[in-house]
Write a protein that binds this ligand. Structure first.
Ligand code: IDP
Length: 161
């Protein structure tokens, strides 16, 4: 079967990936960035910051009623995050596969959480779970001037179009 499924719109899909405080503390930033580069995705934004609880509660607004919510904010604001925007065909769904199940104990080997995590409260990375969620999160964490549109010189080795 022959298909040109990528199309320019699909190729420009973006997602938010964050190395959480445990990942930064454990010096896993390079290995995580490497996995996304190696897969063929394009980095269009990256910064390190210590997140406020206010920003984190907006980010995790859907979880406000969960018992673990205060602990989640405490953990996520405890030390710096490295947050990134990655672009490419189907990047939201593919990133979720690369990151693995929320609970590292259930995550497959070969995924970030399956290779580097043990417990759900310290699961190393965040990845947006839908295209709409990704758009909301990218706007929350990044100013548009911080996102860089650039041409990757190996584009035609990654995509047909
Ligand atoms: P996701 O990060 O895989 O999308 P969500 O259910 O959206 O998973 O949960 C957000 C984050 O909240 C998780 O990544 C994890 O850091 C934390 N979390 C989820 N469930 C628990 C729990 O049962 N105990 C402690 N932390 C949790």
């Amino acid at each position: 079967h022959y298909s040109t499924s990528s199309g320019i719109a699909g190729v420009r899909e973006r997602t938010l990936i964050a190395v959480k405080p445990d990942g930064v503390q454990r010096r896993l930033v390079g290995q995580i960035v490497h996995r996304f580069e190696q897969r063929g995705f394009k980095l269009v934004g990256l910064k390190m910051l210590k997140a406020s609880e206010d920003l984190l509660s907006q980010h995790y607004h859907e979880l406000k009623k969960k018992d673990f919510f205060p602990y989640l904010l405490c953990y996520m604001s405890s030390s710096p995050l490295v947050i990134m925007v990655w672009e490419g065909h189907n990047v939201v769904q593919t990133s979720r596969m690369m990151v693995g199940s929320t609970n590292p104990a259930e995550a497959n080997p070969g995924t970030v959480r399956g290779d580097f995590g043990i417990h759900v409260s310290r699961n190393v990375v965040h990845a947006s779970d839908s295209v709409e969620g990704a758009q909301r999160e990218i706007q929350l964490w990044f100013n548009h001037t911080e996102l860089i549109d650039w041409d990757c010189c190996d584009h035609s080795s990654t995509y047909e179009l």
